[in-house]
Design a protein around this ligand. Structure first.
Ligand code: FMN
Length: 240
């Protein structure tokens, strides 16, 4: 018996839309184990950096990280992301000033409630955001809530937050893999980023990434990550 009674794509689907052969490189289990372990070790060494050096980073590396992130899967393949990059000192300064204004309200005027502030205490983050001017690059990832077609009509995007979140993860991974550091930064509310960067109304700031090399001698919180048995559940039989 064939494994599938309803193969994908059907003949009718292939007649209506283009399909191509999947390129898939099958590996030996030894190779899979080796690659899996090496990749884990590499990613386990990633840390959020809050003290960047001012050493320049070539634009092509930032472009390549964006290109890599844009391989992410997305709802209905709408690719609802826009990576807005700047290394311009005036733009970075404007972003720093606006971010510090918002964060001053968050941290000093208690827009973040006490529970939230307590959760942040071990990280020791505050309203000072000097790194936004010092890091050579800032990339702001915008979510495209809907698409505006050439004739001005709107076309819906699907699973925007899920899609952009996955792209953000790949972006961080790509930067780390190429030897750069970043911080996942959300100085909320982030509407100022749309104004400073001149983005249209259908785009909403999702996460801001200062990018560069860590300042030599940087310190990071001594965090532990949850072990496998706290983050994974393997279900052996139907629960009901
Ligand atoms: C969605 C999201 C938003 C974050 N926002 C901030 C932020 O605004 N400022 C900051 O210093 N860190 C921020 N972080 C970084 C986290 O504090 C950090 O990832 C966490 O402490 C774990 O540390 P690690 O990234 O070094 O593993 C954010 C992380 C995520 C995933």
């Amino acid at each position: 018996m064939e494994l599938y009674q309803h193969p994908y794509p059907s003949a009718a689907l292939q007649a209506a839309h283009p399909f191509t052969e999947l390129e898939f490189h099958r590996m030996s289990e030894d190779e899979m184990d080796a690659r899996a372990e090496a990749f884990f070790a590499r990613l386990d060494a990633r840390r959020s950096v809050r003290m960047f050096s001012d050493e320049p980073v070539p634009r092509r590396l930032v472009e390549q990280a964006i290109r890599t992130a844009a391989t992410a899967p997305s709802g209905a393949h709408k690719q609802p992301w826009r990576f807005v990059a700047t290394d311009n000192p005036k733009v970075k300064r404007a972003i720093r000033i606006a971010a510090e204004e918002e964060e001053r309200v968050n941290y000093l005027n208690n827009r973040m409630n006490p529970e939230w502030q307590a959760a942040l205490a071990p990280l020791g983050t505050d309203h000072h955001k000097e790194f936004l001017e010092i890091a050579p690059w800032i990339v702001v990832l915008f979510e495209e809530r809907f698409e505006i077609l050439a004739d001005g009509t709107r076309r819906k995007n699907y699973y925007v937050k899920e899609s952009v979140g996955i792209a953000a993860g790949i972006f961080i991974t790509a930067l780390h893999n190429m030897g750069l550091a970043t911080l996942t930064h959300t100085p909320t509310p982030m509407a100022f980023l749309r104004a400073i960067l001149g983005r249209p109304a259908n785009e909403r700031p999702f996460i801001m990434f200062p990018i560069g090399y860590p300042l030599p001698g940087s310190k990071v919180p001594d965090l532990t990550r949850k072990p496998l048995d706290e983050v994974a559940v393997f279900v052996e039989e139907p629960i009901r």
